[in-house]
Design a protein around this ligand. Structure first.
Ligand code: ANZ
Ligand code: ZN
Length: 822
């Protein structure tokens, strides 16, 4: 039929792709085509695909298909991030095993991805919940453990009372659990950590590889702030009645003479230790209050300051002053050394505290601003030191240097670097994740499960209520599984019952895609080094300080282990915008969700994809209320008719050189512009140019030359080739109707003919005294000198100049010359 039937075409071409596998990457080392590696952040299998997936994968698919079109060897894999809480919660509700829900959803999504026509290599499909995959999480964990990069410690952790599990700092958003929005509380637990802090400097310094537009500035800034490197000093304060001094970290050692009190984190062990007996009750009550607050709340400048005087004193190492010691919540136990010197004149938090508790304020930097004690506003700018003994008269920077020198000489301090980044808390008290491959033996301690006993599989006899959150891992109840003999001494021992944060799974999956079925190692180095790093990664910005930071950390560790030959996983990152509706994010409570399946039913895959892409640049949000899939469908109909008519009228290989010149130029111009737009990731612009080309071809068909004109075929073929990036089904069918065999996507891109790109001439106006006096037809790339010469040579122009003097000639090639006369 010559009528565009989106659904019939989808069925037909899906079956073809399944049979012919045009998108399989070649691992042949002798294949010398350029290699390209493009990865979409993998899907989480909750329910079916949604509009967000549709957008991200449409974008990734354009990039992959463009590379396929250029005849390159493209690796475009797909997989599922299939461990995690939603599966477990569904299993509890339905009385089933999480695997049931997970693999059923994966199957649904896989079919939807196939229908959506993404150009992926299905032979490399992976699921992180397969033992064949998570076995390598365990193997990698053990290598990290051997290097001291995985360790267990007792400490205050973020606890979600709803999900009954700990969370990494990165999973606490504004004090709430990232998954369920429950306020997170602090608990002291013995947990596993990855030592990401050891890589803080490299995570910052290697960012130069990602700058210059390769990653968005936003994401880089978020990572920089998250790592939060600052420079300052560690200063030791003696405590009356205590042998050991207490160290504080400060970014402003220059203000040391302005310290008027001393604060320890209320929840730190130090607060308890330093507390005078008569203050203990007050401190205990206060600590209970503090335990309920998140770090964000504690540091909020809005909340009135609270604290308890501990009845003890510290001594300022430079002037011997006695500073009262307070416990307060605005100082965090886990940052710096969990204690500070308070300088109220120059730190707003300290000033708020001083004003509330009537503590002295002493100015030590004259910034020219009004007295903080009067205004309630701390002065934080540059200035000249005052009231500071040997620092008086120095600038801030000089004072910092001088005071660090003095402290070092006296052995009471030194310059220091500090980071906001904490180690990555890795254990979870939940079931549906990778078991931590450690056995706890009363005699041998933490004993690694030997490599040849991996994977430590999840028991499959737990389901439904067995998995309900209890505060300890559900695995603890599986006694057959837990009780083992120690691999070292053979004595009675127990398996670790926590599972790994699922962000471990996503920290290296892009390496596994290179050798997805390997059963002797997580991946093959040679292959990873051939493909890696990922040339183009596509995903949401919400992962800026989670997945994207963790994956960078993993690759650096693997590099140090000699397992990969590069230090950054993703050479380029594109963060797609969100699909919203009516100006708001789609949500159940607003009832403004748009169902992808329904949109596809109505308009077909190609029209939905085209609509997504045409809506704007990929980074921008798409408001589904403002777009028109109906108009996209109409356009696809027009494009299809052009391809069908050209196909019926002429044969492939028809020499276009005798064709209609105007259309030929339009074709080559469109090809040139689409190529540039795709390379600049302006996919919406590319679509606009394809639309113009379809209109131009229609005009030629409907006017004189008709469909048999060879230029029409040339235009229709370029329509099929370029449209294949966005609307692959109609493009495949069009290509076939044009008489070609094989997938249009593979190796058909064309280079525009430069001769057809030159615009013949443009009209240049020549003004004399700001009035248009002549028009010249000139070449669009005419030089300034040549244009001036031709303008002055014009007889008409000369007539208007007459015998007046030429004061100035303004030349703006190719369109304007203005002659100023006296
Ligand atoms: C004295 C001082 C004077 C400070 C001044 C600032 C300004 P960043 O830049 O974020 O690293 N601080 C240190 N440890 C802390 C903790 N555990 N909890 C809360 N605050 C802490 O911040 C470093 C500054 O934050 C340090 O410098 C310290 O206050 C405070 F005019 O020391 B400052
Ligand atoms: Zn043992």
């Amino acid at each position: 039929s010559d009528v565009y039937d989106a659904h019939a075409l989808q069925e037909k071409w899906q079956a073809r792709w399944r049979a012919n596998n045009p998108f399989v990457a070649s691992e042949d080392p002798a294949d010398d085509r350029p290699r390209r590696y493009v990865v979409d952040m993998f899907a989480y299998p909750s329910g079916d695909l949604h509009m967000g997936h549709a957008e991200a994968f449409a974008i990734g698919d354009i990039i992959a298909r463009y590379w396929f079109q250029r005849g390159e060897n493209v690796l475009h894999p797909i997989g599922w991030d299939s461990f995690g809480l939603p599966a477990e919660n569904a299993a509890i509700k339905n009385g089933t095993h999480p695997a049931e829900w997970t693999y059923a959803n994966i199957e649904t999504q896989a079919q939807s991805f196939q229908r959506y026509g993404v150009s992926v290599d299905w032979t490399r499909r992976l699921h992180t919940s397969d033992p064949e995959y998570y076995r390598w999480n365990q193997w990698l964990f053990l290598r990290f453990f051997e290097r001291g990069l995985a360790y267990r410690k007792e400490g205050l952790v973020n606890w979600c009372p709803q999900d009954q599990t700990v969370l990494a700092n990165e999973q606490v958003v504004q004090g709430l659990c990232e998954r369920c929005d429950t306020p997170v509380v602090r608990r002291s637990l013995n947990q596993w950590y990855f030592k990401i802090t050891e890589y803080a400097d490299r995570l910052l310094d290697d960012m130069h590889q990602l700058e210059g537009g390769r990653w968005s500035e936003d994401v880089l800034t978020m990572q920089r702030n998250w790592i939060g490197r600052s420079y300052g000093a560690d200063v030791e304060f003696r405590i009356e009645g205590r042998d050991e001094p207490v160290t504080v970290y400060t970014t402003r050692p220059d203000t040391l003479y302005g310290a008027t009190f001393f604060v320890v984190a209320a929840d730190a062990a130090l607060a308890e230790e330093l507390c005078a007996p008569d203050r203990r009750d007050e401190l205990d009550t206060y600590r209970e209050q503090v335990a309920k607050l998140s770090d964000i709340e504690r540091q909020s400048t809005e909340r009135p300051k609270t604290g308890v005087f501990l009845g003890r004193y510290a001594t300022n190492p430079v002037n011997g002053e006695r500073l009262p010691i307070w416990a307060a919540d605005y100082v965090l136990a886990e940052y710096g050394h969990g204690a500070i010197m308070a300088v109220p004149a120059h730190d707003q938090r300290d000033l708020d505290f001083a004003l509330k508790f009537d503590l002295p304020v002493r100015n030590v930097v004259d910034t020219g601003d009004a007295d903080p004690a009067e205004t309630g506003v701390a002065t934080t700018g540059d200035g000249i030191l005052v009231n500071s003994g040997p620092l008086d008269g120095l600038t801030k920077d000089d004072a910092v240097e001088r005071i660090i020198g003095i402290l070092q000489e006296r052995g009471t301090g030194q310059g220091a670097v500090n980071y906001r980044l904490r180690d990555w808390l890795l254990s979870r008290q939940r079931f549906w994740g990778t078991p931590i491959p450690i056995i706890h033996c009363p005699d041998c301690g933490e004993v690694p499960v030997p490599d040849d006993q991996l994977p430590v599989r999840l028991p499959d006899n737990l389901k439904g209520a067995d998995l309900a959150p209890k505060g300890v891992s559900p695995l603890a109840a599986a006694t057959d599984w837990v009780n083992v003999s120690c691999p070292k001494c053979g004595g009675d021992a127990k398996r670790d019952t926590d599972t790994m944060d699922t962000f471990v799974d996503s920290s290296w999956y892009f390496l596994r895609y290179c050798s997805p079925n390997l059963d002797t190692a997580p991946f093959e180095k040679e292959r990873v080094d051939r493909w890696g790093p990922v040339d183009q990664y596509i995903g949401g910005k919400e992962h800026a300080t989670l997945h994207l930071l963790y994956a960078r950390f993993f690759v650096k560790v693997l590099y140090d282990m000699g397992m990969v030959g590069f230090t950054e996983p993703f050479a380029r990152l594109l963060n797609q915008g969100q699909v919203i509706n009516g100006g708001r994010a789609m949500s159940k409570s607003l009832g403004n969700g748009v169902d992808l399946g329904e949109e596809i039913e109505r308009y077909g895959v190609d029209a939905v994809r085209l609509t997504m892409i045409f809506a704007g640049p990929p980074e921008d949000d798409i408001d589904w209320a403002d777009v028109s899939p109906g108009a996209s469908l109409k356009f696809l109909n027009r494009a299809f008719r052009v391809m069908v008519q050209a196909g019926a009228a002429t044969q492939p290989g028809t020499d276009p050189s005798t064709g209609d010149l105007t259309l030929r130029k339009a074709t080559h111009h469109a090809l040139d512009q689409v190529t540039k737009a795709v390379e600049a990731y302006r996919f919406n612009v590319a679509v606009a140019r394809i639309m113009e080309l379809v209109t131009a071809a229609r005009k030629t068909i409907d006017s004189g030359p008709g469909a048999a004109d060879p230029a029409v075929r040339e235009a229709a073929e370029v329509v099929a080739i370029t449209l294949s990036l966005v609307a692959p089904y109609v493009a495949e069918e069009g290509w076939e109707r044009l008489g070609h065999t094989g997938s249009v996507t593979i190796g058909n891109w064309r280079t525009p003919d430069p001769a057809l790109l030159v615009q013949e001439s443009v009209t240049c106006v020549v003004q004399v005294a700001n009035k248009v006096r002549d028009k010249l037809e000139v070449s669009p790339d005419i030089s300034e000198e040549e244009l001036q010469r031709r303008a002055l040579a014009s007889e008409r122009v000369q007539g208007f100049i007459g015998d007046r003097e030429i004061r100035k000639v303004v030349v703006r090639p190719p369109k304007l010359v203005n002659i100023v006369v006296g």
